[in-house]
Design a protein around this ligand. Structure first.
Ligand SMILES: CC(C)(COP(=O)(O)OP(=O)(O)OC[C@H]1O[C@@H](n2cnc3c(N)ncnc32)[C@H](O)[C@@H]1OP(=O)(O)O)[C@@H](O)C(=O)NCCC(=O)NCCS
Length: 163
């Protein structure tokens, strides 16, 4: 567990993840809401930002090919945005990935989602592409990663090397 200011970041086991669904409902719509709910149930790691014992944000994490980590979804309760909570969740995720020997981390965001891209940029992520990742990992591995990440048209892929 890490603590910064009044926020603590904790691991959330599968049986307690339902308590976080309202944050997704405030943050996503349509296909994304449905998919984020399903991912919340099934994904390897969920971390929640807690304030006074109440969850105020969450991040879902997964390992892709070998040493590549993926930030699946990150969301903060509407009333708690722009206070640096997502930044703390992302910094915590990067620490976890580094501790488990990941060498790079990917995230996909909707092209016009300015808050999200600003968040990832503030932690050093930059845009990447299928071609760039293929040069690093080969096109077969890259195709497989795209499949696991469920990157859909209109999204851009972001990358940060952490080795
Ligand atoms: C994207 C989201 C998680 C950001 O959460 P947050 O707690 O408000 O973000 P933070 O306060 O930690 O801000 C982190 C950085 O992003 C920037 N940022 C956050 N919201 C922003 C906005 N609306 N416009 C511009 N920049 C923004 C901050 O300025 C900060 O950058 P800095 O450190 O360089 O100042 C939140 O807006 C959200 O839950 N949105 C809905 C879900 C979503 O789109 N998730 C991302 C895709 S999975």
């Amino acid at each position: 567990m890490t603590a910064q200011d009044h926020i603590t970041i904790v691991d959330v086991p599968a049986r307690k993840r339902r308590d976080l669904e309202w944050i997704l409902e405030e943050s996503f719509e349509g296909w994304y809401l449905m998919h984020s709910r399903r991912t919340l149930r099934d994904v390897e790691v969920v971390r929640a930002a807690m304030s006074s014992g109440k969850p105020v944000g969450l991040v879902m994490l997964k390992t892709l090919e070998g040493s590549v980590g993926y930030v699946y979804y990150i969301a903060v309760a509407k009333a708690e945005r722009k206070k640096g909570i997502a930044k703390q969740l992302l910094a915590d995720a990067l620490r976890l990935f580094k501790a488990s020997k990941m060498e790079e981390v990917l995230a996909s965001v909707e092209e016009d989602n300015k808050p999200s891209e600003a968040l990832f940029a503030s932690e050093g992520f930059t845009r990447t592409s299928f071609g760039q990742l293929s040069r690093l990992h080969g096109s077969l591995h890259t195709l497989n990663m795209y499949r696991i990440m469920t990157v859909v048209p209109g999204e851009v892929l972001l990358r940060k090397a952490i080795a």
